[in-house]
Design a protein around this ligand. Structure first.
Ligand code: SAM
Length: 279
């Protein structure tokens, strides 16, 4: 197995501070991982107090990630991915799903959390035919990602690329200009590229989500749920593939799920999800 290329942007600390909650570790806690600390579990539990089904919701989001990657490889011929807001490596990382369908698939991961960086070195090993790399960078500064030589060394920008922004844009207030950030990323990839987004929403339970926002803020984390229309607006410049922006569990459920009529209640996971194609 080839080891991935790892690059840290200057200016980002690689120091891991376990005394405060971190987004990646809270999510890892909900997914049943081991890479979390008391501060992460305290916030994870506080949020679970407001949304008892939060773990199932996190798993539903993760399952969508796998379905969307499989769809892109098998049905759209996509073999290159830029996965920003990677999370701590766990089962079903983007390159694993993609390379299972197409061993030559290439994936660049980006995350600003030093703990993800530490795990990326150890865990993200590619198939021999494909390639993976990790960039330690902050999505607030998309130019720092796009100008990183690791990116051009790994992905061919003359061929379509899927940009994955799965459960990450909620850490961006409108003042952070998430639309401008997405537009900049899209401008860098050729026609026929794709954009994948999931986004937590208060549309299904405004009061519970308001309490989540407060718990996150108390822990020093920005958390900005968005409505369906706001999530759709993040796809500006793309054509949404069917079925559009929908509850995450209803986005192209697996054939097996459909056959067994195991498709969950649309409101059982409070994320909007969609895939758009750059024309
Ligand atoms: C909820 S996890 C989602 C992980 C994965 N995309 C998934 O859906 O399974 C969010 C990830 O985004 C990362 N993240 C948060 N803000 C970021 C930023 N400004 N730049 C890069 N990554 C960020 C966190 O460190 C964390 O790993």
């Amino acid at each position: 197995m080839a080891q991935p290329q790892v690059h840290t942007n200057t200016g980002l600390s690689a120091k891991i501070d376990t005394s405060i909650a971190h987004e990646a570790r809270v999510y890892d806690y909900w997914l049943g991982g081991k890479d979390n600390y008391p501060a992460d579990r305290a916030l994870g539990d506080a949020i679970a107090g407001h949304i008892p089904a939060i773990q199932t919701m996190a798993k539903a989001n993760r399952a969508f990630l796998g379905r969307s990657v499989r769809y892109l490889v098998r049905e759209c011929g996509i073999t290159q991915f830029l996965d920003i807001g990677t999370g701590i490596p766990t089962a079903g990382n983007t390159h694993e799903v993609a390379q299972r369908a197409e061993p030559g698939a290439r994936v660049v991961y980006v995350d600003n959390d030093p703990i993800v960086l530490a795990h990326a070195r150890a865990l993200m090993s590619s198939s021999p035919q494909g390639k993976t790399a990790f960039i330690h960078a902050d999505l607030h500064d998309p130019d720092s990602i796009l100008s990183d030589t690791t990116l051009a060394d790994t992905l061919d920008f003359d061929r379509p690329i899927a940009i994955m922004l799965v459960a990450v844009l909620m850490y961006f207030e409108n003042d952070d200009d998430p639309h401008g950030i997405v537009a900049k990323l899209l401008a860098a990839v050729p026609s026929g590229s794709y954009l994948v987004i999931t986004h937590p929403t208060a549309d299904f339970d405004e009061r519970a989500m308001a309490r989540v926002v407060h718990s996150a803020e108390d822990a020093g984390i920005t958390f900005h749920p968005r409505t369906r229309a706001e999530t759709e607006s993040l796809f500006a410049g793309t054509e949404l593939v069917e079925p559009g922006v929908v509850p995450v569990v209803t986005w192209r459920p697996d054939l097996a799920e459909r056959a067994a009529t195991l498709v969950a209640d649309p409101e059982s996971a409070w994320y909007w999800a969609g895939v758009g194609r750059k024309p």
